[in-house]
Design a protein around this ligand. Structure first.
Ligand code: GZL
Length: 384
């Protein structure tokens, strides 16, 4: 029930979310699982920082401090359960908003269904929860229901993907997916040059159409398709699922047999499916194959495939927004102002050091140079 609530003490989460570490960028970067309160764009971080803080983020959130006041009721409307990334995201929020930490979390898995997601938010409003957290399946169609939440005086926090047709929420924490697409394009340009590959014929398996993750990665990567005059043969959605990636790749192997030498999968689960399809079709892939494989998310299983050479490069997107989100709720409950935008920094990974760094103009219009991190067993072990 909606109650005036006391502040929740989140000492370990506050310490973690402001943790900073060395970076190759000029901004004080943070490692996966932590965030920087500036609106600075995400920058890469050294592997060891990433290794340490991903594990730390999960453990800190699970062992969070005890609430000193009444229970805070949270309504969390989650995209679905389509990927390893999504599982890590859900676990991060559930761990941070645990009963032990003083929360009553009402969780709805919207199964990638936008209508269901809008309905879940309306139900939270009806239940008069204290706060609503949304990871929006798609980035439009939100202003009406956010107006209803505002009228009911229920603060809304958006995590991960963005809402682009309304600003009626108090805070957003996530990643700049356009930078992920730009970094992937910058890496492919240098990798092809180093390998003496003159012609790039690219197939793309995109994420859920209309999600900010799909829009950002496509927009960023397409800047290189245009500027380098690459040949993008096709782009079809795999909906961020393994099954979707496999089905699209099976069709590509028939329609574009022998015509392609790059496949870009907009998340690891699509890459797993695409690799199964290429294997079945007798198409060689990865560092020793005919087809370069690029992926996004860099979850544990994805990093393993990078280390094994099945995926050439994997551009991480950080799913561990739980602790930072809980800190925002704590600050709001204590009557403090909160940062409207918080970017999670994240590293870029590769099988080898053919391309040591990537340089590009990022989404904020800033020229950046960021490390490509060669995946080691330690990185895989500490992955999410
Ligand atoms: C990224 C996130 C995407 C991941 C997918 O911001 O929303 O959704 O890349 C997930 O794995 O399904």
């Amino acid at each position: 029930m909606k109650k005036k609530v006391l502040a929740v003490v989140l000492g370990s989460m506050m310490a973690m979310s402001l943790a900073a570490c060395g970076s190759s960028g000029d901004a004080a970067a943070t490692s996966a699982g932590a965030s920087t309160a500036e609106t600075a764009e995400a920058t890469s971080t050294p592997a060891d920082a990433n290794v340490a803080s991903v594990a730390e983020a999960i453990s800190d959130a699970e062992a969070g401090p005890i609430n000193k006041g009444d229970t805070i009721t949270i309504g969390f409307s989650q995209v679905g359960h389509e990927s390893d990334w999504r599982t890590a995201s859900t676990n991060s929020v559930k761990a941070a908003f645990s009963k032990e930490n003083g929360f009553d979390l009402q969780f709805v898995d919207c199964d990638n269904d936008s209508e269901k997601q809008l309905e879940s938010v309306r139900n939270f409003i009806q239940q008069q929860v204290d706060y609503i957290i949304i990871d929006p399946i798609v980035s439009t169609g939100w202003d009406t229901v956010l107006t209803e939440a505002q009228d009911a005086e229920i603060p809304v926090i958006v995590i991960d993907r963005t809402i682009d047709d309304s600003d009626k929420y108090v805070a957003w924490i996530g990643t700049e997916t356009k930078n992920e697409g730009l970094a992937a394009g910058a890496w492919l340009k240098e990798y092809a040059k180093a390998k003496g590959i003159d012609e790039l014929n690219i197939l793309v398996i995109s994420g859920t159409t209309g999600s900010s993750a799909q829009i950002g990665r496509t927009t960023g990567f397409d800047q290189y398709v245009e500027s380098e005059k690459w040949n993008k043969l096709d782009e079809q959605t795999g909906d961020f699922t393994q099954d979707g990636g496999q089905k699209v790749m099976e069709s590509y192997c028939k329609s574009y047999e022998g015509q392609f030498n790059v496949v870009v999968c907009q998340n690891d689960n699509e890459a797993f499916g695409a690799i199964d399809a290429m294997k079945a079709a007798g198409v060689s892939y990865g560092v020793d194959g005919d087809v370069i494989v690029i992926s996004f998310d860099a979850c544990k299983a994805g990093q393993q495939m990078v280390m094994d050479g099945d995926i050439n490069a994997d551009f991480q997107c950080n799913p561990l927004q739980g602790p930072d989100c809980a800190k925002i709720v704590a600050d709001l409950a204590a009557g403090k102002d909160v940062q409207k935008q918080t970017f999670m920094a994240e590293p870029w990974y590769a099988h080898d050091d053919t391309v040591k760094q990537v340089s590009y103009k990022n989404a904020a219009g800033k020229d950046v140079t960021e490390d490509m991190i060669v995946v080691t067993q330690d990185i895989v072990d500490a992955g999410y």
